[in-house]
Ligand binder design. Sequence first.
Ligand code: BGC
Length: 353
Amino acid sequence: MLSYQQEAFGTTGDGAPIQLYTLSNANGVQVAISDYGGIVTRLLVPGRDGNLEDVVLGYDSLSDYLRASPYFGAIVGRYGNRIAKGRFTLDGVEYRLATNNGPNHLHGGLQGFDKVVWDAEPYRAADEVGLRLGYVSEDGEEGYPGRLAVTITYALTNRNELRIEYRAETDKPTVVNLTHHSYFNLAGHASGDILGHELMINADRFTPVDEGLIPTGELRDVTGTPLDFRTATAIGARIDDDYEQLRFAGGYDHNWVLNDYDGSLRLVARAHEPTSGRVMEVYTTEPGMQFYSGNFLDGSNVGKGGVPYQHRTGFCLETQHFPDSPNHPEFPSTVLRPGEVYESTTIYRFSVR
Ligand code: BGC
């Protein structure tokens, strides 16, 4: 049966009470989402044998999220991924953003949407249960122009889909690029590395980066490179190949230029974990997707059940516009103007094989 539950999840440093909402569908799939950062803390999905496992990395308590989290399960904004040197020019005005990743701006800055408290309202509909989150980012927050009103809807359907709808409006021209940052491990969050997952990405090209992981502007054909995932391939099969792009990122941490971008939903990726049989398909309206293979995990984040998350024990599939688009007029635009509505949808659909 579709249901939701709400429980207290602690308080922030400022004393704001934080809630955890658990949504369940008719098949026992369960997702827990916090109004702190819109963080998905738990996602229980059945395997081939019917066993439910928690397939996302995360922490047991709010205090761990407050202390240090590499964006585990969070909503990322205003701008997912990097903006070079934290600078961009819009309508002739230069804006300066916080630099929180070497010389660059990453995932919205020092206090991005992963670290704010959202208004939250659970709902139940005919075939899904969900959580509506709202946040108003004030003009100038983290250096961005415009007062941005954001709504995120998480929905869990009876087709075993986690659907995320993003919506935003501004009162001044600005840039927006929202995404979701779950680290998946389809064998279970505590099961070790993700290198055996077979991954398909429907993309003929990717955006190569420099040493700072900023796109050079090139759209490179994946043919003959370790970034060709058009045919499902184990994540670990080529991850340590002697290829400059893999060396720069310490593995996969790139934006793929997804095929058939016209703003409508289409299948862009499929991950399959052979031992459990779990399959996750990704559908999105976005032009790009960051596939990050958890290269910066090193055991220092001790997660749920006391499990230290070691190197490459989770992977992210972050649907998005391309990194650093505000400095690349040739990329699909991330500019949002007053009167326009930013809308984006992504679905993570779970099944077994
Ligand atoms: C980025 C990585 C970054 C990670 C944050 C990913 O989206 O692409 O470079 O280290 O987020 O932990």
